[in-house]
Design a protein around this ligand. Structure first.
Ligand code: PLP
Length: 386
């Protein structure tokens, strides 16, 4: 029996390298899992209670596509107080996680054949999105010697007449890097000069270790920036699927047109949970932040003690470790780490073609796993260097 061929487009969506490691590590029950980028905490009780209450009250119907008014209004206050972003609630869209916010923002900006600038290394889902939308992903280099913070020169080198969008991510996954304010200014000037849209992915905005990150949008005088946020990381709500974006009315109206056919609106009880997250006590956020900060300290101390180079994490919950001392490719290194040392980390090349000299360690894992896992990682680099 002949059947129609599946979509050519979908066949070209690359599989996430993180998922590949996950599947391989799952074969070894004693493997220490440092590859997973998901908070190790449970969603705080008051947030869960708000969603349960919503269900009990039959708050279970479709909502406005852009989200319930009380959530959009709580987001407006949060953006003003914590991000320095002043917007009208009409310019806020609640989305199915940060992932849908990034996708609909990109869908609202590009035409097939356009080029989109992404960091190398960066979150692999961006490349998958570019394939779905028929646009070309062009990677700008992040360098270990710059602590994986982008430079204007490295971005500008990649710009062509077809470049339409620049994607920024600070605090970054997988870099753990926060782009400082003066650099954000320079990058925005570059976007102005070359007439680019900017997507500023700030889903890790509340996870920082020394000083809080700056948002790009308050610097934007030309309404080019769409900012993306999420409840996933800040409130340990990854499975709830609630994120949001904001930008100028003109582009936000296009985002809403992309959201209608893809997700329509976000799960209504989850939106009530998100309201409770924003209006409730923020102590839970401070506690999780300080746990990630102490894990970052632990990991960097072990790496320093062994003389292993890495990008010093200042936010999000990742650090990139330089494995070039092992003289192995990142793929071989990760594979041997799992089978011989029972530690799972993600190869740098999962995040971009030029990042094969590093691996990502997730600080979302427990302190004891990090202690044992990073010790084993550092020993392996030195054992395998000969
Ligand atoms: N952006 C970055 C950089 C991420 O690392 C993630 C998740 O890992 C997301 C966006 C999307 O997260 P969510 O869809 O859970 O909000």
């Amino acid at each position: 029996m002949t059947k129609p061929m599946p979509s050519n487009v979908i066949q070209h969506v690359p599989r996430s390298g993180i998922r590949r490691v996950f599947d391989e590590a799952a074969k070894y029950p004693d493997c220490i899992r440092l590859e997973v980028g998901e908070p190790s905490f449970s969603t705080p009780a008051h947030i869960k209670e708000a969603a349960v209450k919503a269900l009990a009250e039959n708050f279970t119907k479709y909502t406005a596509n852009a989200g319930i008014p009380e959530l959009r209004s709580a987001i407006v206050d949060k953006l003003r107080v914590r991000n320095g972003i002043s917007v009208d609630s009409n310019d806020v869209v609640v989305t199915s996680g940060g992932v849908a916010a990034c996708f609909t923002a990109l869908a609202a900006m590009v035409n097939p054949g356009d080029e989109v600038l992404l960091a190398d290394p960066s979150w692999p889902n961006y490349v998958q999105m570019t394939v779905l939308l028929g646009v070309k992903a062009v990677h700008y280099r992040l360098r270990l010697e710059n602590n994986l913070i982008p430079t204007v020169e490295d971005i500008e080198r990649c710009i062509t007449p077809k470049t339409k969008v620049l994607i920024m991510n600070s605090p970054g996954n997988p870099t753990g890097a926060i782009t400082p304010l003066p650099r954000l200014r320079e990058i925005l000037e570059l976007a102005h000069r070359h007439n680019l849209w900017v997507i500023s992915d700030e889903v890790y905005d509340e996870i920082w270790f020394d000083t809080p990150p700056h948002s790009l949008q308050p610097l934007d005088t030309q309404e080019r920036v769409v900012s993306v946020f999420s409840f996933s990381k800040t409130y340990a709500m990854t499975g709830w699927r609630v994120g949001y974006l904001t930008g100028a009315s003109e582009i936000v109206s296009h985002v809403l047109r992309a959201q209608e056919p893809t997700t329509s609106c976000v799960n209504s009880p989850a939106q009530r949970g998100a309201v409770a997250a924003l209006l409730g006590d923020q102590q839970c956020v401070a506690e999780m932040r300080s746990a990630y900060a102490s894990r970052a300290k632990l990991v960097t101390k072990i790496l320093d003690d062994h003389g292993v180079p890495y990008a010093r994490p200042t936010g999000a919950f990742y650090t990139m470790v330089d494995i070039s001392g092992s003289r192995m490719s990142d793929i071989d290194f990760v594979s041997r780490m799992i089978t011989e040392r029972r530690v799972a980390v993600v190869p740098g090349s999962a995040f971009g073609p030029a990042s094969g000299n590093v691996v990502r360690v997730s600080l979302a894992s427990s302190e004891s796993d990090l202690q044992n896992g990073v010790e084993r990682l550092a020993s392996a680099i030195s054992d395998w260097s000969n």
